[in-house]
Design a protein around this ligand. Structure first.
Ligand code: NAI
Ligand code: MG
Length: 494
């Protein structure tokens, strides 16, 4: 530490600081060389006879190969789900259903370490995050919705609820196990049966979950997990015997799904992209706010739909905040996702790294000023340094479009009204953050911001009891909490 001229303490970060490697052992995770489709309680070969590789994005090595489900496979899975729905699951007393959901939750906890390792291997996220966030949060979702299964009359007083039927659920690659939990837990707790399709770059934890579901003795067909890419997803969306589509992913695919189900009886919840504003007022605790900014944009390599990818700093503290942020960025450890010291792991895929690099070039061309941390990157695999842009205009593409990587666009503001206008000025409306000492300012901001979630003096906090979802092009419907039950039942007045 050194004392600066103006008597404030200036923290000196040593970017050359080296920690001894602390890798988590791969041997605790069992990955089969090949996975088939989980249909009707059994692993079945795909009728397509095709398989595709899933790799470790940190090393580019193949981890396993998974089946590529075609329309015939989707038909089989839907039939299994329909039979299970009509004959078993919708008829089972709710308190019996709850026992299975609790059992899945407990089994995820028992095998938490294995899930965390596989999640980091297959998707590139830091083990610290998969171990401390993804896996416990996934178990919590099953616990939470297990609790509701036989208490729906309290969730919907004086109403009768019935399940929707068969749900087709399509999930992305940024939180593979957690998104599977968000989708499956409320659906089966309320008596629906499901066909879930994980993303093509991260299928392995969903297939591990299939193994647990088999061991838990869930009646065959209640949960079917099939792998494949966009065509498999489209076959699920277009299947006539599906009652509900739950999708998390890009806004582009969300729009395709909306068009595909228009005019049908299918219900849908869509959780799409975001471009969240994280707003720091001059009365905020700045060091905590900088931690919140780091968590907001660098958590999970920035592959987060609710990432705080736009930062607005009040003019009087702008320079100070940007300097603190740059200093903090120099301490972030980028590298091996399995190393327990790693803060930022691998970018999920080559394709996503190309998208991020494209936006970094766009930012430079648009005239914004770029700063990236000076850390070395591993020689192999897909990695990106934490990057920020200042001198950004509201109309710049890096301030309007979802980048889905560790790239932050920073602007300054003077007044509350100005920042509210700027914060709301994107096609999205998923999340936002406000940093201030004043409760009244928090309430003023939260009531005027058009986003599903607004965090105050924190960011990226999740809880199964709390609903999550968007406005505008961020989608519709809510997942989590009581609202999340609503998305899987018909509600009738008694
Ligand atoms: P994507 O939206 O294509 O993929 C998400 C899921 O949808 C995957 O399981 C995929 O197989 C499936 N899918 C693809 N095409 C489909 C179709 N026509 N019908 C049904 N399902 C289909 O996302 P992608 O291409 O991997 O990422 C592109 C961009 O999307 C990212 O750069 C990011 O900006 C955004 N994204 C946002 C996510 C979020 O959580 N909001 C998650 C993933 C991506
Ligand atoms: Mg992979």
């Amino acid at each position: 530490m050194a004392t600066a001229k103006n008597n404030t303490i200036k923290l000196k970060f040593d970017s050359a600081r080296k920690l001894a490697p602390a890798p988590e052992s791969k041997s605790a995770a069992k990955i089969n060389p090949r996975y088939d489709l989980f249909i009707n309680g059994k692993f079945e070969k795909p009728s397509s006879k095709k398989y595709f590789d899933t790799i470790n994005p940190a090393t580019e090595e193949k981890l396993s190969e998974v089946a590529d489900a075609n329309e015939a496979d989707v038909n089989k899975a839907v039939k299994a789900a329909r039979d299970a729905y009509e004959n078993v699951w919708s008829k089972m007393p709710a308190k019996e259903r709850a026992k299975y959901v609790y059992r899945i939750a407990r089994m995820i906890q028992e095998r938490a370490r294995e899930f965390a390792i596989i999640e980091s291997l297959d998707g590139g996220k830091a083990i610290r995050e998969s171990r401390d966030f993804d896996v416990p949060a996934a178990a919590n979702h099953f616990f939470y919705y297990a609790g509701w299964a036989d208490k729906l009359e309290y969730a919907f007083p004086n109403r009768r609820t019935t399940p929707l039927g068969v749900a087709g659920q399509i999930i992305p690659w940024n939180f593979p196990l957690l998104m599977a939990a968000w989708k499956i837990a409320p659906a089966i707790a309320t008596g629906n049966t499901v066909i879930l399709k994980p993303a093509e770059t991260t299928p392995l934890t969903a297939l591990k979950l299939a193994e647990i579901i088999q061991e838990a003795d869930l009646p065959p067909g209640v949960v079917n997990i099939i792998t494949g890419a966009g065509a498999t997803g489209a076959a699920i969306v277009n299947h006539p015997d599906i009652n509900k589509i739950a999708f998390t992913g890009s806004t582009d695919v969300g729009k395709i799904i909306q068009r595909a189900i228009a005019g049908t009886n299918k219900k849908a919840t869509l959780e799409l992209g975001g471009k969240a504003a994280n707003i720091i007022f001059d009365d905020a605790p700045l060091d905590q706010a900088v931690e919140g900014v780091v968590n907001g944009i660098f958590f999970n390599q920035g592959h987060v739909c609710c990432a705080g990818s736009r930062l607005y700093v009040q003019e009087s503290v702008f320079k100070q905040v940007v300097q603190k942020l740059k200093d903090r960025m120099e301490t972030l450890i980028v590298g091996d996702p399995l190393d327990k010291n790693t803060d930022i792991g691998a970018i999920n895929s080559k394709q996503q790294l190309e998208v991020i690099n494209k936006y970094i070039k766009i930012g430079q061309k648009e005239g914004a000023e770029m700063f990236e941390s000076s850390c070395a990157l591993p020689g192999k695999g897909f990695f990106c340094r934490p990057t920020i842009f200042t001198n950004v205009a509201q109309s710049n593409r890096i301030a309007q479009e979802e980048i889905f990587g560790p790239v932050l666009a920073i602007q300054s503001f003077r007044t509350d009204d100005e920042v509210i206008e700027k914060a709301n000025n994107t096609p999205f409306g998923l999340s936002a953050g406000v940093w201030t000492d004043k409760g009244s300012k928090i309430f003023n901001m939260t009531t005027k911001m058009r986003s599903g979630v607004v965090w105050a003096n924190t960011f990226n906090k999740f809880d199964p009891t709390s609903p999550f979802g968007g406005y505008k092009e961020s989608g519709y419907g809510r997942e989590g909490g009581l609202h999340g039950l609503n998305a899987y039942v018909n509600v009738e007045t008694l």
